[in-house]
Every structure is written in C-alpha cells, then in structure tokens.
Write a new protein. Structure first.
Length: 111
C-alpha cells in the first residue's frame, strides 16, 4: 500500500465574500489570491486503486508576525504529521507493507 502525501491550494479568489479563507499567493503585480491550503494523504494499492483519504488538513493562511512559530505550527510540520498517520495505519496492518511517499518539499526533515 502506498500512502501519498501532497499539498495544494484551493483558490477562492473569484468568491471574495467567502469567510474563513486566507492569502495563498500573489502574482507578479502583487494581486492576492485567496483560498485554503490542503495537505492530504491518499492511500492506494499497488495497482494505484484509491483506498481512501488517510488524513486531510485545511488551513486558511494568516499573515505572520516577526516571531518564529514553534515547529508544530509551521507548514512544513504537516509532512511529519502525515508520516505519523501512515505509521499508525501500518501498525494496524501487520501483514501489509505500507510505504509513505512524499515529494521533495518533505526534505525539510530527516525522516
């Protein structure tokens, strides 16, 4: 079983009346894009058949101050949380090889 982690931005810029969203980016002119960031882990079998979503975290990005947030509050910590969820799943499936897959953004940590 593969547990595939990745993040994406859900863009709601054309719906500015939506509450609970944050700034997910800016273009070359400085115009802001509004939306949510989603980090999820999808479990698939060896043939690529989706088995289900193991975890999904949504965040409305908020402006940060000068203070450096604790590691658990950083965006990069989601990779560790996804790995922990995958390890917990693997513990319940002793006869199944469970492999966690992440892109190079997860390289912020020695896993």
């Amino acid at each position: 079983m593969l547990c595939l982690q990745d993040g994406t931005d859900l863009n709601f810029t054309t719906r500015p009346q939506t509450r609970g969203i944050g700034v997910i980016g800016r273009n070359q002119t400085g115009a802001e894009s509004l939306g949510l960031h989603l980090h999820s882990t999808l479990a698939v079998n060896a043939d690529g058949l989706p088995l289900g979503v193991l975890q999904a975290q949504f965040e409305a990005p908020q402006p940060r101050g000068e203070e450096v947030p604790p590691q658990e509050e950083k965006k990069s910590f989601r990779w560790i949380a996804g790995l922990r969820d995958t390890a917990a799943l693997a513990a319940t499936l002793p006869n199944t090889r469970v492999v966690s897959v992440a892109d190079r953004e997860a390289d912020a940590f020695e896993l």
